[in-house]
Design a protein. Sequence first.
Length: 131
Amino acid sequence: MWGGQGAKCPKCRTPSLRKAWGCDAPAEDPVYSRTCTACRGNGTDCQECQGRGQVMRYRCPQSETDVLGMTVVRALSQWQNGVLPGPGGWGDQCSRLAELVDVAAAEKHRIDEQAQQAAKKGNGGGKGKGR
């Protein structure tokens, strides 16, 4: 789970951590999972997630994040603080951006719920690979 530990790239200086977290190549074990964007997590007859609703990722989130991903995360943060990227209200925003922010908000909600559940269990939500 990415949201539980946050990006800690400065700590990924040792080859063993870089390998475990998929900094340079896919890791042996999943690094995090994300909600399937093809089925939006419902898993029904989905080819992308094979019906699980989640897609396992084997690379560091930072290595997979592109400009669009960072733009969506920034837009979600701004939206949560009452700032919209374009003039007007929410209905006046670009429909694609609104859709992506909705997906990002749902994913952030899932990450926050998992972190709360992990905290209740006493493991802090970390992945357990030295981070």
